[in-house]
Design a protein around this ligand. Sequence first.
Ligand code: ADP
Ligand code: ZN
Length: 737
Amino acid sequence: MKDAALKPASRPELTFGPNPRAGVLLPYPLPGPYDYKLPKDVEVARGLLVVAPLGPRETLGAVWGAAEGTVGDNRLKHAIPLEGHPRLPGDLCDFIDWVADYTLTPPGLVLAMALRSRQAFEPPQLRTAYVLGEARPKKITPARARVLEIANDGLARSVSALAEDANVTPAVVRGLIEVGALVPTALPEFAPFIAPDPDHARTALSLEQEAASRSLKAAVAARRFSVALLDGVTGSGKTETYFEAVAETLKQDKQVLILLPEIALTVQFLERFAQRFGTRPAEWHSDLSQRERRRTYRAAMNGEARVIVGARSALFLPFQELGLIVVDEEHEQAYKQEDGAIYHARDMAVVRARIAKCPVVLASATPSLETFVNAGAGRYAHLKLPRRHGSATLPEVRLVNLLEDRGETGTFLSPPLRQALTASLAAGEQAMLFLNRRGYAPLTLCETCGHKMTCPNCAAWLVEHRYRRRLVCHHCGHGTETPPACPQCDTPSSFIACGPGVERVAEEFARVFPEARMAIASSDMLQGPGETQAAIRSMIKREIDVLVGTQIVAKGHHFPQLTLVGVIDADLGGSDGDLRARERTFQLLHQVAGRAGRADKPGLVLIQTRNPNDAVMQALARGDRDAFYAQERQYRERSQSPPFGRLAAIIVSSHDGEAAREAGRLLAKAAPQARGVKVWGPTPAFYSLLRGQTRERLLVQAERGVDIQAYLRAWLRQVKVANAVRLTVDVDPMSFA
Ligand code: ADP
Ligand code: ZN
C-alpha cells in the first residue's frame, strides 16, 4: 500500500496462512470483490491474477483484499492463480480503486480496462527458427546453395524468412531441414523492445527551454509526486523540452508514459521520438492488433518497454516502475472517455502519478482553465515558453467580419480570404482552410415545403456527404441515399444544401482555384484514417498547396511551409449554453492559428466571424491569450463553475421515452437536501434522442468543498429505476451533450 488515504475503505489487510481465502475482483459490473478459496502454498497478495468460476464460466480476476468471510468454507469456490503467479502492481490496484470511487463506476469495470490483453498473461511462447547444422546435403542445387549462404551468417530465421531472403520456395528450405543441413532453435515470441538512448541525438536548447527542462529534470530526479504545467506557445519546443525529462527518467532507470489525445498524432510523434532517442517507443491504442497489445502489455509489466506512447487507456497498463507521465495537449477534449467508465485521462494521470509517486507534466499552448488556475495558485509548477523556436514568430491574426465582407450567397470564402489565398499560391506557399464540420452540408432542406432531413434515431439533422451521395447521421451512423423527392410534399429534386461542411468548402476552393493542388482531411469514419494520414503526409511533403480540414488538422501537426490559415466559420459551437463552449472555441482556433508560420516565413491567419466583437474573437485577434483566461476565470468564479465549484451529470436514457422521463422525475424527487448542493432538472439532454434512446439529464452543482461522490451515492442508493432505463453518472462533465 502506498498512501493510506488511497486504500480501499472496506477491506482489511490480507492474511496469509493455510487454506487462504481472498476477495477477488472480477472484470464485470459487480458491486465489489467476491470471496474465493485459493490453493494452499500460494502467496496471496493484492493484484495476484487468478482464474475464477463465475456462474457457468471461468473468468480472469485479481485478488483484491481479504475475504469478507460471511460464506461458509464449503460453499466457497476455488480461484486458481495463473502460471508463474503474475500480479498486477500494487499501485495499479490502488489506482483502479481510486478511479472507481471517483467516477462511481463498479470497480470491476475499471479492472476490465487494466486487463485488456488477457493473452498477455499466458506463458511466453517460443517460435521455431533455423540455423546451419552439422550435416551437408549430398545434392547441392543453386537454390539450396543460396539458402545455405544466407544461413551462413549465423542468424536464426524462420522457414519463410529463409525462403524469402534466398528467393526460393519454402519446400527448398524444408528439404534442407530434412537432411539436417538446417537445425531448429527456439526464439522468443517477440523481438525485444530496444531501450531508447537518452544521449542519442541531444538537442541544443534555447535559454528558456533549458530553464524549463532543468525544472522538469529536477522533478524527475526527486522521485516524488509533482505536477508541472509546460505552458508554451505553439512551436515553442514543448516536445523538445519534455524530451529532456524523458531522457532523465531513462537515466534514472524508470519508465515513462506519454499520453497523446489522438492516434492520428502518433505517427509523426513516433518518428520524432526515434530521431531523438534512436528507437521508436512502444505504442498503446485501439488500433493495435491483439498480438501487438500482448507485446506492449507484457513489456510494460516486465519493464522491457521503457517508454510507452498511448491514448488514455494506457493509464491502466501495469507499469513496473513508472517514473514520469507526460500529458501532451492536456486541454484536449479527446482525453475525456465518454462511455463505459467515464473519466478524464488528464485528471486521472495526475492521480496515477500521485499514487506512483512520480512527476506528471501537462503540456499545452492553451491549457484547460482548471490547469491554468491550479498553476496560478501554485499547486502546479508553471513553466513558460513564451516564444517560438528559432526565427519563427507567432502569426498575425485578422478577423474578417462576415456581416460586411461576404461573397455571394452560397459561397464561404470571403473576398479577403480569396485575396490572401491568391497571394499565398502566387508565392508558392502552403495554406490551410479550417472548418470543424464534416461532410458537404450540415442541413438538407426541401425548398418547397421546408422539410428538414433528420435522423430517425437521433434528434439531429442528416449531414450530406456528396462524394458518397449519402445523407449520414454523425451520431449513430445511420445513412440513406438522398431521396429523389421530398418525403413530405413529394416535390421531385427539391432538396437544397444549407451551410458548409469541409467538402463544400473544398468544392468552392477548387472552382475558384482550379490550378491549385488540394486535399481534404477530415476525421470522417467514412473516409478512413488512412486517407487522412495520406493528406497530412502530402502536406508535409509539399505535394499539395492547400489542405482543407476539420479539427483533425488543427492539433499538433508541424507543417513547416504553411503560412496562411483561413478559418471558415469561427462561430460554430460558440454559445450553445455549454459551460466550456467558449473555452473550447478559443483553444481550437488558437491551435489552428498556431499551425501557420512555424518555420522562417511569417504566418497570417484570417478568421471569418459574424461576432467580431466577441471576447473570444478579440483575444484571438490581439494575441492576448491571458486576457481570455482572466475573463473566463472571472466568469466561472462568479457562477461557481469548475474549477470553483463542482459538477456532476446524471443521464437517464431508454428506448421507452416515457420510462426515461419517469426515471428523471423520480430521481429529482429523491434528491437529498444538502448544504452547498443544487440539483437542476430533469430536462431533455442536448441530444434528447440519440441512437433511438430518449435522454433526460439532471445536473448537480456543488460548492468546491462538497464531497460530490458521497452526495451522489446517498442519492442513488434510494432510487431504483426501471430495468428499461439506463442510468449514467458523469462526474466533471465536459460537455452538456
Ligand atoms: P511545440 O510542441 O511547442 O508546438 P515543438 O516541440 O513541436 O513545439 O517544436 C517546434 C519546431 O521547432 C519543431 O520542428 C522542433 O524540432 C523545433 N525546435 C524546437 N526547439 C528546438 C531546438 N532547441 N533546437 C532545434 N529545433 C527545435
Ligand atoms: Zn442518428
